[in-house]
Design a protein around this ligand. Structure first.
Ligand SMILES: [Mn+2]
Length: 295
């Protein structure tokens, strides 16, 4: 058993860059942890404001300033079996990102663990979901995003970007559930209406009805720019962070689905204001970790 433990640690060491500071001081070994945090600093296909590659490090940094005790569970986050295993090494090539994730994800899910991913742009959800769709053929994705990300190409000629990620998943017939989207192109709106694997949910009650394995993707632009100004494509009239957390807790605590992974994407420290967005992201990550962790 001891040898096997050493192997996993070693394999990860070859594939990942260690975090400069683990999220909230989490120092459990990857072997004993039930949940792994993985940073995915990828932003090469940003169409508006690049800089999301800096988010995993910044979110970890400011997350240290948040209190880490959870009264509902009566525990500090350090007591939960979570390991911050580090970052996918920086690359500007989507194929390299995708290949590295294809080697890391079997180590994670092959050992029965859950993944919590810090983006990066929204495109990082695609290689993660491509892998999970093989492991869980009936997996669905619950998306918190101002936008639908259903464009066929964006910018023109580009098939693999933050604005096309859900279109590529839809083509794989993955059920996609959007929670309260608010910004559409005409093309996307028609595609949504015509596709039977896509739906929008407008109330927290509807979230409880989701079934089966579920991946959750939180694009921080679901939140109003007042609380999250530092994102790639800010869109006014958004949700409050509290509304997002209430929705997440509905799914995790009252819902019937099995949450197998979560990402928090699109924070961009280069255009943030006083770390507001990174702090909001860190808080959502921390609350999410409490929601999905068993003691
Ligand atoms: Mn998005």
């Amino acid at each position: 058993m001891a040898e096997r433990r050493g192997c996993l640690h070693e394999e990860l060491g070859f594939l990942l860059s260690p975090p400069t500071k683990p999220f909230s001081g989490l120092d459990h070994s990857p072997e004993e942890a039930e949940t792994w945090i993985i940073g995915v600093p990828y932003d090469s296909t940003s169409s508006f404001k690049p800089g999301a590659r800096f988010a995993p490090a910044r979110i970890r940094e400011v997350g240290w300033e948040l209190e880490s005790f959870n009264p509902r569970l009566g525990v500090d986050i350090e007591e939960l079996p979570i390991s911050d295993v580090g970052d996918i090494p920086l690359t500007v090539e989507y194929s390299t990102l995708s290949n590295t994730l294809a080697r890391v994800l079997p180590l994670l899910y092959g050992h029965g663990k859950k993944g919590v991913f810090i983006g990066g742009t929204h495109l990082i959800s695609l290689p993660i979901m491509e892998y999970l769709h093989q492991v869980y053929p009936n997996i669905g994705i619950l998306v918190f995003d101002a936008h639908l990300d259903l464009r066929d190409e964006y910018p023109q000629g580009s098939k693999y970007t933050h604005a096309t990620v859900m279109r590529r998943l839809s083509e794989m017939h993955v059920p996609i559930y959007y929670y309260r989207p608010r910004a559409f192109s005409k093309e996307e709106y028609s595609y949504l209406a015509e596709s039977d694997n896509l739906s929008t949910l407008e109330t927290p009650e509807e979230l409880e009805a989701l079934r089966g394995p579920l991946y959750i993707s939180v694009d921080l632009d679901i939140i109003d720019p007042a609380y999250a100004p530092g994102v790639g494509n800010p869109e006014p009239l958004g949700l409050s962070p509290r509304e997002v957390l209430e929705a997440l807790s509905r799914v995790a605590l009252q819902g019937k689905s099995e949450i197998v992974g979560i990402d928090v994407v699109e924070a961009n420290p280069l255009v943030d204001v006083n770390d507001i967005t990174s702090l909001t992201a860190a808080k959502i990550l921390m609350e999410t970790l409490f929601l999905i962790s068993r003691r």
